[in-house]
Design a protein around this ligand. Sequence first.
Ligand SMILES: [Zn+2]
Length: 380
Amino acid sequence: MLTSNRRVVLTCLFSTCILALFFIVESTVNSKNVYVKSCGKERKLTGKSNKNTDKNKGKKISLSYKKNNVNALIPKTNSHAEDKNSQLKIQLRESVYQVLNTIWGENNIIYNLFINSHRVTKRKANPLGQIFVLEYHRITPKEGLYARSISNFKRDLERLYALGFRPVTISEYLDGKMNIPPGSSPVIITFDDSSESQFRIMDDGTIDPNSGIGIMDAFAKKHPDFPVKAVFYILPYIPFGQKKWVQKKLNLFKKWGVEVGSHTMSHKNLSKMTDEQVKWEFATSVDWMKRLGFNPRTIAVPFGVMPKNRSLLNGFFNNGKFYRFEANFRSMGRPGNPLGSSKPDYLLNFPRVIGSDDHLCLKYYLDLVEKGKVKPYVMP
Ligand SMILES: [Zn+2]
C-alpha cells in the first residue's frame, strides 16, 4: 500500500516537473519575440535587439515604428528566427504530449485537459487532411453572381474561426511554414479581379469597413489569432480601382503580409491564345507586380481556363528571363489535397472552394467539416 502511494506521489511530482519545464521553455521561446505598436495595433517582430536584420530584404528592422514607414514592419512569414521558434515550440509540445501520454495514457482526464487546453479544436493532427482555398470576387451589399454579400462574408469569417480555421498565405503553405496554433486548420483566402469592393479607402483615408479588407481587418482586431492574410489575384494597372490610394493599399499589403498573384494582363481566355501571347500575359503581369515590390509565386488563370500549352505554367524563357508559377488555382472545385499527396502537377490546377451558400460551395463543405465527413488538414 505504502509502495503504491509512493508511486502515485512520485508520478505526480515527475509530471509537475515536466509541465513546469514545458511552461518555462515555452515562455523563454516566446520572450524572444518583440512587440511593437503600429496604428494602435500590436504586431510582433522577432529578434533579440534592434541589431537584428531581415536577411530576405537586406533591410534593418527598426523597433521604433515610424509614421508612413510600413516597410519597417517585416511580415511574420519572412522571419527565419520565428519559423525556428515555432518549430521548436511544436517539437517541445509534441515531446511533452508523448511523456504525459506514457505516464497517464490517452484516456486520462488530466492528460486530455492538458492537450485540449493547448489546442484550438479537439481534432487530432491530420497532415493528410484537405486544404481549404477559398475563392471570392466582389464583396457587395447584396449577394449575387461573383459577389458575396457583406453580411455573408462576415458570417463566413465567423464560421471559419469557430471551426478552428486560421488564415495562412500561399507562401507559408507552399514553404511548409504555416505558423498557426496546434489543432487549427489552415485556410487560404483568395480574391480575384482586384475590384474596389475588395479594398476601398474612404475620403478621410480610413479603410472602408464594408470592403473585403475592411471586414477582415475588423475581424482581425476582434480575433488577433485570425490576422489579415489573403492572396489577391490582381489585374493591371490600377488594382482596386482608386488611383490615389493604390500605393497606400499596397503598403498595407506589405505590412500585413498579404500576397498578390497573377490574374494575367487582359483577363482573356488563354485557351484561345498562341504560346507567345500567353507568355506575354504571364511575363508582363509578373514584371508589373515585381515593380510594385511583390514576388508573385502563383496564378489564378482567368475563368479557370488553362492555356493550350499547360507546360508554360511550369516555366518558360521570355526575353532572356525565366518565369514560372508554383501553383495555379482553378476557378471552382472543392477542398484540395495536401502537398506531396498528389502528382506534382496537381498544384498547377489546384481546386478552390467558392465563398457561397450554393451547393458544393463553402457552406456545403463547412457543414461536412462540422459533421466530420470532410477532414481538413489539422496542425500537430
Ligand atoms: Zn477573374
